[in-house]
Design a protein around this ligand. Structure first.
Ligand SMILES: Nc1ncnc2c1ncn2[C@@H]1O[C@H](COP(=O)(O)OP(=O)(O)OP(=O)(O)O)[C@@H](O)[C@H]1O
Ligand SMILES: [Mg+2]
Length: 238
């Protein structure tokens, strides 16, 4: 079997601000197989966002090791890391993070243009991605002209535009009602099944978490327990 696409061992992350020291991650071990969908759950402050930021190389760690595609993040320069993220990773946030002055299509084009794709090809791909999330008819709308659920689908189209191997999502349904959450999860599950992308999704919603292959519960900066979710059919032992 191939190596897990994400291999984290003994990850420690400590925040030091003035006189306060917070041990946000206290030795986290986590392996995620390529094509797996993992939900990270746990109380507020348990370290979920910190873990996502560290695994994706947005934030450095104090001890331990993180490998993505068998390549260790430690020792990579900031430039190499951002290049790695641009080529292998997509991000979806709770607050959508769309640029307000750009249309839906232009928002999806952005990561492609940044990755050096020519403007005509970027436009075509952006339209394809918007179609995949059911929003081709909203391509020229700005974020303010979209509902919350639609804005998040544009953000997903943008995250997937470069066909990243790994998609990180931090509470992607946090600002949505249950109907829109369900729709977002359907889009993510379809991408996972059809394109085999790996998803790591932080969520407070048990309904959302339950759809993943595996649910990882964090508490006080450590993984407390793990169990299978209802999506547990695509991946078994590594
Ligand atoms: N930049 C920072 N500086 C100092 N402490 C931080 C920083 N970011 C997070 N923390 C602390 O680290 C701990 C973990 O925070 P984190 O944001 O990872 O929690 P979380 O599980 O994502 O919580 P939530 O569910 O509320 O989003 C918390 O105690 C938090 O106060
Ligand atoms: Mg968080």
């Amino acid at each position: 079997m191939a190596d897990p696409i994400i291999q984290a061992s003994g990850v420690v992350k400590t925040y030091r601000s003035r006189d306060v020291v917070v041990e946000a991650l206290r030795g986290v071990d986590l392996q995620v197989a390529a094509g797996e969908m993992v939900a990270i759950m746990g109380p507020s402050g348990s370290g979920k966002t910190t873990l996502l930021n560290c695994l994706s190389g947005l934030d450095g760690i104090d001890a331990g090791d993180i490998k993505i595609n068998s390549r260790s993040l430690s020792g990579m320069s900031d430039n190499a890391l951002s290049d790695y993220r641009a080529r292998f990773m997509g991000f979806v946030f709770q607050s959508f993070n769309l640029l307000p002055v750009l249309s839906a299509r232009e928002n999806v084009e952005l990561p492609l243009v940044l990755a050096g794709v020519g403007s005509a090809a970027a436009k075509t791909t952006a339209m394809e991605k918007l179609e995949e999330v059911g929003l081709a008819d909203r391509a020229n709308h700005t974020p303010a002209e979209l509902s919350g659920g639609q804005a998040q689908r544009v953000a997903i189209a943008r995250a997937l535009a470069n066909e990243p191997a790994i998609v990180w999502a931090d509470e992607p349904t946090g600002n949505l009602d249950s109907e829109n959450s369900g729709e977002i999860m359907n889009v993510l599950l379809r991408m996972n099944r059809e394109q085999g992308q790996t998803f790591v999704i932080v969520t407070h919603s048990l309904e959302v978490g339950e759809l993943a292959d595996r649910i990882v519960n964090m508490r006080d900066g450590a993984i407390e327990s793990e169990r299978a979710g209802t999506g547990a059919n695509s991946v078994t032992a590594q």
